[in-house]
Design a protein around this ligand. Structure first.
Ligand code: HEC
Ligand code: HEC
Length: 146
């Protein structure tokens, strides 16, 4: 095959591919960023690994990072599955660290036997840590405690 014919064949293939893509997009009337139709389930890739060791705190008041996965634990208005291991009533049996006293103080500082409403949504303060690249540059330095 000589060169001009080969180039022509490539150009034709390329333009057919473009037409194909345009048709595919207009077929459903929608184009999605995920490259799949809206009703197709798209599995999330497990690109980054959850870190599963306990972490030192970077400053004294830091809510400790969560050293386990939390995907399966529901927290809503009525249910809080974290408490099935971390509440003082269960932690011994489950071998989990007990919530500290600050989680049982109401807003006036009274001690209660149940977790405070202000501490209900655990992941307002506690987050799992993943081994992932920084999304933005970060110049944070841990407190030295001095
Ligand atoms: C099945 C029991 C279980 C459930 C449910 C559970 N945890 Fe844990 N959690 C543990 C255990 C056990 C550890 C200690 C792990 C270790 O030492 O490696 C732990 C550790 C932690 C720590 C670290 C404490 C520290 O001092 O370093 C935090 C924070 C935490 N969990 C938060 C949560 C939150 C928030 C939820 C709900 C989204 C939750 N956990 C649900 C068992 C559980
Ligand atoms: C308003 C923020 C906040 C919320 C909400 C919160 N925590 Fe904490 N948590 C902290 C801070 C800060 C610490 C460390 C200082 C302390 O113990 O008070 C801590 C400590 C902990 C510890 C370690 C206790 C110890 O003595 O080592 C565990 C376990 C924990 N939290 C689990 C939870 C769980 C489970 C929930 C939800 C029921 C929750 N926390 C809700 C801020 C929060």
């Amino acid at each position: 095959m000589n060169k001009p014919i080969l180039a022509g064949a490539f150009a034709l293939t390329a333009s057919l591919a473009l037409v194909g893509a345009a048709l595919a997009q207009s077929a459903g009337g929608l184009s999605t960023l995920r490259g799949a139709s809206v009703e197709d389930p798209v599995a999330v890739e497990q690109v980054f690994q959850q870190e599963t060791q306990r972490f030192n705190r970077e400053y004294r008041q830091q809510p400790p990072l969560i050293p386990h996965s939390i995907d399966q634990y529901q927290i809503d208005l009525r249910a809080n599955q974290c408490l099935s291991c971390h509440d003082w009533t269960n932690a011994g049996d489950r071998g989990a660290p007990t919530l500290s006293m600050t989680h049982y103080l109401d807003r006036d500082g009274n001690e209660m036997d149940h977790v405070a409403g202000t501490r209900w949504f655990c992941n307002q303060c506690h987050v799992p840590q993943a081994n992932a690249p920084e999304l933005v540059e970060n110049t944070f330095e841990p407190s030295t405690g001095r």
